[in-house]
Design a binder for this molecule. Structure first.
Ligand code: ATP
Ligand code: MG
Length: 352
């Protein structure tokens, strides 16, 4: 079992240290770890945010645990040298097309949610966002019309195989949860969405045990705050998924608690190859101060163990330890508490 650790920038190294302590505490036999540079850190030492040796290290591993990239000191660099290119490059070079973002209410944190506590307590959902297609990767242009007005242009497209592969990921995820899948699109307006809906319905034939529903994205945004408890797995395209997953994170309460996985088609000996990271960024405003909450990073490690290494019991143990720490009132700065990075790590370790 090989895991590549890429701490990156800002709070990345601090929170990675805590995830590493949790990993060490599990004492997994035969585990090999590599560490690589990404982001602004890599730019300063190698002249590029995603050095070839880092990419090779990722390819040689069964999974990648990723901290964060982002560095205000790099803001004036050309786009291809900016830290963010590391994550985009890794996703595309590694063929990671499925982004899994679970949002679950932790008991005791209902008051932190943007929703009413009794509504927030119902949240236990998984957003499956397509990551390699949609309007993000279509042709783009800024042109000047004959009458001199400027016009921006972004081409939105999905091919059926791109929809089918993410649909399979979502149906399988639903089978492993409560057996419900809601596909979110805008099929009343968009051709891409009509294709999306048709392909999801076709794919459903292979998963008769999953209950499938469809929702327009505007309604989904509304339902997510009105009654989030109705959702189990939500599958949607790149653009809608970007927006809905941020919305879902605020429903849960804190940016410092949510983990994510990016998966592709490649299978390893133990599960799917994937890259795992907190949904938050490098938080330059608190970097180096020992204040960052490492829980999202630790929960990302749990997802890695589950999806890439097939270690469900260990993943569940970590999640339970984090939940217990929160229930016992161990909260970091992002939750209005006073526990520092190491203190939160200690608390999780003690409950493991
Ligand atoms: P990036 O450009 O890397 O995304 P950002 O400036 O968008 O960085 P985020 O990392 O997304 O910053 O964080 C947004 C806010 O949330 C910041 O004020 C940050 O301090 C806070 N924050 C983010 N992650 C954590 C964490 N793990 N613990 C505590 N606070 C956090
Ligand atoms: Mg950010």
């Amino acid at each position: 079992m090989k895991i590549a650790l890429f701490p990156g920038d800002g709070i990345g190294p601090e929170i990675m240290t805590e995830a590493r302590r949790v990993l060490d505490a599990l004492g997994l036999p035969g585990l090999v770890l590599f560490a690589g540079d990404v982001g602004g850190t890599a730019y300063r030492t190698h002249g590029h945010p995603l050095p070839p040796e880092t990419l090779e290290m990722a390819k040689a591993a069964d999974a990648v645990l990723f901290g964060a990239v982002g560095d205000p000191a790099c803001d004036n660099l050309e786009r291809h040298l900016r830290p963010e290119q590391a994550i985009l490059g890794l996703r595309s070079q590694l063929g990671l097309f499925a982004n899994l973002r679970p949002a679950t209410m932790f008991p005791g944190l209902e008051d932190m949610s943007a929703l009413r506590p009794e509504v927030a307590s119902q949240i236990d959902l998984l957003i499956v966002r397509e990551l390699n297609g949609d309007v993000y990767f279509g042709e783009k242009a800024m042109r000047v019309l004959d009458d001199g007005r400027r016009q921006g242009y972004d081409f939105m497209s999905y091919a059926e195989d791109e929809v089918r592969r993410i649909a399979h990921v979502a149906f399988r995820a639903a089978q492993g949860r409560r057996g419900k899948l809601c596909s979110v699109d805008k099929a009343n307006v968009l051709e891409t969405s009509q294709l999306w809906r048709d392909v999801v319905i076709e794919t459903h034939a292979e998963y008769p045990d999953v209950e499938l529903s469809h929702m327009y994205v505007d309604n989904a945004a509304m339902q997510l705050v009105r009654n989030p408890g109705q959702f189990d797995v939500v599958v949607t395209g790149n653009l809608f998924g970007d927006i809905l997953s941020d919305q879902a994170s605020m429903c849960v309460g804190s940016i410092g608690l949510l983990a994510s996985a990016a998966l592709g088609e490649r299978q390893t000996e133990f599960g799917s190859f994937g890259m795992y990271e907190p949904i938050h960024g490098s938080a330059p405003d608190i970097a180096g101060q020992g204040k960052a909450n490492p829980m999202a990073m630790i929960l990302s490690l749990a997802m890695l163990l589950r999806h890439s290494l097939g270690l469900e019991a260990e993943a569940a143990r970590i999640e339970a330890a984090v939940g217990k720490a929160l229930q016992d009132g161990v909260t970091g700065a992002d939750l209005g508490g006073s526990a520092g990075t190491t203190e939160v790590g200690d608390a999780v370790l003690a409950r493991l």
